[in-house]
Ligand binder design. Structure first.
Ligand code: C5P
Length: 425
């Protein structure tokens, strides 16, 4: 399968998820209203049907005609429009939607929502809503930080509404700070999570991902080609299933995962410390259910890190760098778990990246490394391993399980691995 096919297969899963999902999008009257045009396009591109309901103020920023043209459905703004339902648009729009998204949610709109006002079509529809409702606020930083707004946000969260953003950055008013509408991809992911089954609600996953860097001097380091994509995909699948996720990761070029606790680290020693810190924090309450170690941790680090750039020597003799072993996170966790009752131990999953005879070497690794499941992949196989968007893996366990999955997108491998872990709870 080449890269295009992979992208299409991954897109296929996404399209299947969104196919004919009905979204009622409530647009508030803030300058960020123009950015929801991209959100509408994003939702439509994935197969969802979007109906826009706007406040009076929203139509001052973007015209009803534009919303109609981009969404492909008539715009709704008038509570007293007789329409086809004899003025019952707000009830139908609230009832028929799989998800209601409020974006941008202005301070005014959230204040009305928090107090149950319903004096226009948008607020009446929100009050009539019984199912999931996602709120993406956007406003000036002072308005966002005002105690009145924060009170309203807390009240709405207490009512069960899901919030996405705002984000920090440059604001339309020229100020910097919290108040930017979340990015389209973030809102799309948040929307998807509102609709997924929460089969892992209450479970906590700790993951490691990406490479580590072992510094030689302020300029150079030893590392590997790990992109972090596999770990990201597993973390995303766990988040979609409603789990709490802590993601300890080395230096990668991937955006933070919405809803995860991101713990960036650099070296293997940093990663070891961050994982043990999380493990020890969770230990008293037994609040860690699965640990999945996808990181390609450097096995060695330079014994000495030079504080200045190491200079080239004039002689032609080879340069020797003395290395020492890094701590093994998986071994240490296995040791700690060995002292615990079976039912109290989090499920421990290791990864093995091999170059040839992968399954055989995986079995040897399972004998040495005390994990419950080992995911083996062969870096020499086309479409597997580092950097690519696909993987072909074999799942091994201590009872002799040997399950080879076909070449799939890393997203699909992540979802299937999370299911395999969940089946062991
Ligand atoms: O022994 P090897 O490095 O091949 O084992 C791979 C597995 O062990 C992976 O799950 C990796 O994240 C983990 N590992 C670790 N700490 C290390 C080296 C590897 O947790 N120092």
């Amino acid at each position: 399968m080449d890269n295009i096919d992979t992208k299409l297969s991954s897109l296929g899963c996404t399209l299947q998820f969104w196919h004919k999902k009905k979204i009622s999008l409530v647009v508030g009257g803030g300058i960020a209203a123009y950015r929801v045009l991209d959100l509408i396009r994003g939702l439509k591109a994935q197969g969802a049907e979007v109906t826009v309901i706007g406040t009076e103020a929203a139509t001052r920023f973007v015209t009803p005609l534009t919303f109609h043209a981009i969404s492909g459905h008539p715009f709704y703004g008038d509570l007293f429009h007789p329409g086809e339902e004899g003025g019952m648009d707000h009830i139908r729009l609230a009832r028929e939607a799989d998800l209601v998204i409020v974006a941008p949610a202005t301070a005014d709109l959230m204040a009305k929502m928090a107090h149950g006002l319903a004096n226009d079509l948008a607020t009446a529809m929100i009050l009539a809503r019984r199912g999931p409702l996602l709120v993406a606020p956007a406003m000036n930083v002072a308005m966002w930080e005002h105690p009145a707004t924060q009170r309203n946000v807390e009240r709405l969260k207490g009512d069960g509404l899901v919030f996405c953003g705002p984000e920090a950055g440059a604001l339309a008013c020229g100020e910097e700070g919290m108040g930017r509408l979340a990015g389209v991809d973030t809102i799309l992911e948040a929307a998807r999570r509102c609709l997924e089954d929460k089969t892992l609600a209450g479970k906590h996953f700790l993951l490691t991902a990406g490479p580590t860097r072992e510094e030689l001097d302020p300029v150079r380091y030893l590392s590997n080609h790990s992109s972090g994509k596999m770990g990201w995909a597993i973390a995303q699948a766990a988040l979609r299933a409603g789990a709490q996720v802590t993601l300890v990761h080395g230096p990668v070029h991937l955006p933070p995962l919405w809803g995860a606790k991101m713990v960036p680290v650099t070296s293997a020693c940093d990663m070891f410390a961050a994982v043990m810190d999380c493990w020890e924090t969770c230990q008293p309450s037994r609040s860690l259910d699965a640990i999945i170690l996808t990181a390609a941790v450097a096995d060695f680090r330079p014994v000495v890190r030079s504080s200045e750039k190491i200079k080239k020597t004039s002689s032609m003799t080879p340069m020797n760098i003395e290395l020492e072993a890094n701590p093994d996170i998986l071994l240490e966790l296995g040791r700690r778990h060995g002292a615990m009752e079976n039912h109290q131990r989090p499920i421990l999953v290791g990864f093995a990246a091999e170059t040839g005879r992968a399954v055989e070497r995986g079995r040897e690794k399972l004998a040495r490394k005390p994990c419950d499941l080992l995911v083996v992949n062969d870096l020499m196989e086309e479409g597997a391993g580092f950097m690519v968007d696909t993987n072909r893996v074999t799942l091994l366990d201590r009872d002799g399980l040997e399950e080879t999955w076909p070449l799939m997108s890393k997203d699909a491998v992540g979802a299937r691995l999370v299911e395999a872990v969940a089946a062991r709870f």
